[in-house]
Design a protein. Sequence first.
Length: 75
Amino acid sequence: MKRLVCDRCDFEIAYKEDINLALEGQDAWEMACSARDEEPRGVFPCKNYRHCHGEMQVVTVRGGLLGRLRQKANP
Ligand SMILES: [Zn+2]
């Protein structure tokens, strides 16, 4: 199961439809980054980007509590 998680503020997108929408915008984000000579860290800017400057990372969650713990242990 996939999630998108901000690498700065931990904002999380867990809805499949929202994830698909974000992934559709991935190319545009990569182009925007390369226009600024930056490497995208994630697939999309966080919705709080103005505050956190984070990017959404694709995280595969193996399920349940263990997946969340692993995620927290590896910031
Ligand atoms: Zn964020």
